[in-house]
Ligand binder design. Structure first.
Ligand SMILES: Cc1cc2nc3c(=O)[nH]c(=O)nc-3n(C[C@H](O)[C@H](O)[C@H](O)COP(=O)(O)OP(=O)(O)OC[C@H]3O[C@@H](n4cnc5c(N)ncnc54)[C@H](O)[C@@H]3O)c2cc1C
Length: 330
C-alpha cells in the first residue's frame, strides 16, 4: 500500500476544503469505517496522497426520530447500530434486514451506512489491479464479453457493474432522501436519484456526488398506515457474501388491497433498480397469487442477460415471489 497522510478534520467545512475539486482527481479521499476503501488501497486501485477521516467530525453518527415519525441517520451510523435498534427493526424492517445481511459481524460493527452507499463496484475486472477497465478510465467493460456471472442484466451499458450495496435498494424502497454538503452548502436528493447509470454521463462514478461533497444524513419518511416492508438477499454461500440477487419491497395495504408499492431490485443493475411501471400496475389490486405473478414477470421483462448470468432472471423472480408472500403472511 502506498503511504498516505491521514487528516482528522474538526468540521465538515474543514473536510470539504481538503477534498479535490476536479473530477478524476484522486489525490484525496474520504474514509469512514474503511472496510471498502482499505481494500481498494491494498490492491492499488486508488492511491491517494491523503485520507480525510470523517470520524473526527462530531454529530455525524446515530439515529434521530422526528416528531412526525421520520428517521434520520447520520452517515457514520454503523450497520450494526441500525439493525440493533428495535424501533428501526419494527418501523423499517427492510432497512434492518438489509443492514443485517451485509458482510460479517466485524465489518458491520465498523462499516457505516454512508460508506455502504458509496462503496465501489465488486466486479472482478474493476477489482483486479492489472485490468484497466472502463470504470478505471480504460476503453472497455471487459465483463460484457468476458466473465460475467455476477454482472448486470438490467439498465447496463457501457458498463455492466451491479451496485453492491444491500442498504441502497432498501432505502430506495422506503423512499429515503439524502443530505449532501459541499463547498456551496447543503442540497438534498432522493435516494433513488443519488445513484447514476453508466449511460448517464460519467461512467467513473456510481453516484451524483461531486468529488468535494459529503453525504451527511439519510432521512426516511414515517411509514404510511398499513405499510409493510422487507428485504431478501440471495448469496452463493451461507457465510458472508455479496448478493447475486436481492429485492426490497415496500407495500401499503388497505385490507388485502394494495394502495402503494415500491419494488427495488438489487445486484442486477448498476443502480438499485426500481420497477415503477410494474408498481403502478399493482395499485388497486388485491395481494394474491395473480398479483404476485404480475409483479414477478413484469419486473424482469426487460432483462438482457449476458453469457453467464441468465440464472439471475429466475433467481430474482423467486425472490420477488418470496418477498410478496412474506408481506402477505405478516
Ligand atoms: C469481505 C467483505 C464483504 C462485504 N460484504 C458486503 C455485503 O454483503 N453487502 C454490502 O452492501 N457491502 C459489503 N461489503 C462492503 C463494505 O465494506 C460495507 O458495505 C461497509 O458498509 C462500507 O462502509 P465503510 O464505512 O467501511 O466505508 P469506507 O470504506 O470508509 O468508504 C467506502 C467508500 O465510500 C466513501 N464514503 C464513505 N463515507 C462517505 C460519506 N459520508 N460521503 C461520501 N462518501 C463516503 C469513501 O470515500 C469510499 O470510497 C463488504 C466488504 C468486505 C471487505
Amino acid at each position: 500500500m502506498k503511504a498516505f497522510e491521514m487528516r482528522l478534520p474538526a468540521s465538515l467545512e474543514e473536510a470539504i476544503a481538503l477534498l479535490p475539486t476536479a473530477e478524476g482527481d484522486e489525490s484525496s479521499r474520504l474514509v469512514a469505517g474503511g472496510q471498502d476503501l482499505l481494500t481498494e488501497l491494498k490492491h492499488h486501485l486508488v492511491e491517494p496522497e491523503r485520507l480525510v477521516n470523517l470520524k473526527s467530525i462530531p454529530g455525524l453518527a446515530g439515529a434521530t426520530w422526528g416528531s412526525d415519525g421520520s428517521l434520520t441517520l447520520g452517515a457514520l451510523t454503523t450497520l450494526q447500530d441500525i439493525y440493533e435498534d428495535e424501533r428501526i427493526v419494527t418501523t423499517f424492517p427492510a432497512l434492518a434486514e438489509a443492514a443485517r445481511s451485509v458482510a460479517s459481524p466485524q465489518i458491520r460493527a465498523v462499516g457505516t451506512i454512508g460508506g455502504n452507499l458509496n462503496q465501489r463496484p465488486r466486479c472482478w475486472y474493476y477489482r483486479a489491479e492489472e485490468m484497466v477497465c472502463l470504470k478505471k478510465g480504460g476503453r472497455e467493460c471487459f465483463s460484457q464479453f468476458g466473465r460475467n456471472k455476477y454482472n448486470a442484466i438490467l439498465g447496463a451499458g457501457p458498463s455492466w457493474i451491479v451496485h453492491p450495496s444491500d442498504t441502497a435498494p432498501a432505502l430506495v424502497a422506503l423512499n429515503a432522501s439524502v443530505e449532501i454538503v459541499g463547498p456551496n452548502g447543503k442540497r438534498t436528493s432522493s435516494m433513488q436519484d443519488y445513484f447514476t447509470l453508466p449511460s448517464s454521463g460519467n461512467v467513473l462514478r456510481e453516484t451524483t456526488l461531486a468529488p468535494n461533497e459529503v453525504l451527511t444524513r439519510i432521512t426516511i419518511p414515517a411509514p404510511a398506515k398499513g405499510s409493510k416492508s422487507t428485504y431478501l438477499k440471495f448469496k452463493e454461500r451461507s457465510s458472508y457474501d455479496f448478493a447475486v440477487g436481492a429485492v426490497a419491497l415496500n407495500l401499503t395495504l388497505d385490507g388485502r388491497k394494495i394502495t402503494a408499492a415500491r419494488i427495488v431490485l438489487g445486484a442486477v443493475a448498476p443502480t438499485p433498480w426500481r420497477v415503477e411501471e410494474v408498481e403502478a400496475r399493482l395499485i388497486g389490486r388485491d395481494l394474491n397469487d395473480e398479483t404476485i405473478e404480475l409483479a414477478r414477470e413484469g419486473a424482469l421483462a426487460g432483462a438482457a442477460p449476458l453469457s453467464e448470468n441468465g440464472y439471475k432472471v429466475p433467481l430474482t423472480k423467486g425472490l420477488i415471489t418470496r418477498a410478496f408472500r412474506a408481506i402477505s403472511r405478516s
